[in-house]
Design a binder for this molecule. Structure first.
Ligand code: 13P
Ligand code: SF4
Length: 330
């Protein structure tokens, strides 16, 4: 009955919407719940600094999928966005995978509804489907292989040159790979609402104001922005680049959460968030990632809700291209 009450709250709000007393020491409680339930907290670099600091493992999409594959915890609390929790569940059908808030989606994943994508795929007979991990389980099930921004280039290049390819759902990442590899992959028309908003004009102004800086960008950015970047890479690659580089100032075109780790690893270096077209929108923050809060994380662990549940046959189909990716990433 009690469990039912929390499931109802999740159905209504997408998370356990219960007031949390200010007297509760959330960090202490979370640590206690984690130990007593043998749970592990996996967090993406884009979540807020306080949540990054309590994650057992922090990483980019590839590292998190690899970690999810290996964990021996009974419960995985995934602090990121929905497709990441779903991927963890696909890799661990027998474990309980919970997330702080089911509303934490992704503009890329939402850009590719399964019905429309199936029609697109059917209109391109003979094409293999390569999908960026930022997509739903349904799209994964329609794909031959999954990629992340860390391994996309390598996996695309593993296909023979003459093999026609579809790349979905991120047209910017797909376009970037096409430009580097000389391929002509057919692109699905999706984009990340954070990375597509960077303003080339303002970035160039900023580079002029800081001639000693390097401009680094995530490949989800648009082509004109990528063309002026000194370095392009996944969140993990950007983090290791700024740590190794002899430069001491960086203009960073990716979600602002990563700056926390960049500063932690390089306290003497300066990191400037790249400006967006709209200076009032707070566009450097992914509003989905930022739906995760300490209170929701605590309630999720306490009630083991919201849980990611998937139809077993969909799960089995979606697992094949993810395992293929993990194999190709070794
Ligand atoms: P990576 O984690 O592969 O860097 O991708 C960033 C992203 O947009 C995740 O949603
Ligand atoms: Fe999706 Fe972009 Fe947010 Fe990443 S930053 S979760 S790609 S909307």
């Amino acid at each position: 009955m009690v469990e039912n009450k929390y499931r109802q709250l999740v159905l209504k709000h997408g998370f356990v919407n219960e007031p949390v007393s200010v007297d509760i020491d959330l960090l202490k409680e979370i640590n206690f719940l984690k130990r007593s339930k043998n749970a592990v907290i996996l967090g993406h670099y884009y979540i807020s600094p306080e949540l990054q600091d309590i994650s057992d493992f922090l990483g980019d999409s590839l590292a998190l999928a690899q970690k999810a594959q290996k964990t021996d915890a009974d419960i995985i609390l995934f602090v990121g966005v929905h497709f990441m929790g779903e991927t963890a569940k696909i890799l661990n059908p027998g474990k309980k995978v919970i997330v702080p808030d089911l509303n934490a989606g992704c503009s890329l994943a939402e850009s590719a509804p399964a019905g429309a994508f199936l029609t697109f795929k059917n209109n391109h007979a003979g094409h293999k489907v390569i999908s960026y991990i930022n997509c739903s389980a349904e799209i994964k099930a329609l794909s031959d292989v999954i990629v992340t921004s860390s391994n996309a280039m390598k996996i695309v290049e593993s296909f023979p040159k003459q093999q026609p390819l579809i790349f979905a759902p991120d047209k910017n990442l797909g376009n970037y790979i096409n430009s580097v590899t000389g391929r002509e992959m057919v692109l699905w028309d999706g984009a990340c609402m954070v990375h597509e908003k960077y303003s080339l004009e303002k970035i160039i102004d900023l580079m002029d104001q800081h001639p000693d800086s390097e401009f680094i960008a995530h490949p989800e950015c648009t082509q004109p922005v990528l063309m002026v970047a000194n370095f392009i890479g996944s969140t993990t690659a950007l983090l290791s680049y700024v740590t190794k580089s002899i430069a001491s100032k960086f203009i960073v075109a990716t979600e602002s959460g990563i700056l926390h780790q960049m500063l932690k690893a390089n306290p003497d270096k300066i990191f400037i968030p790249a400006p967006s077209t709209d200076s009032t929108c707070g566009c450097n923050d992914c509003s989905f990632m930022k739906l995760n809060t300490l209170q929701k994380l605590y309630l999720a662990l306490k009630y083991e809700q919201p849980e990611i549940l998937l139809d077993p046959s969909l799960l089995e189909k979606a697992k094949i291209p993810i395992l293929r990716m993990l194999e190709l990433s070794k």
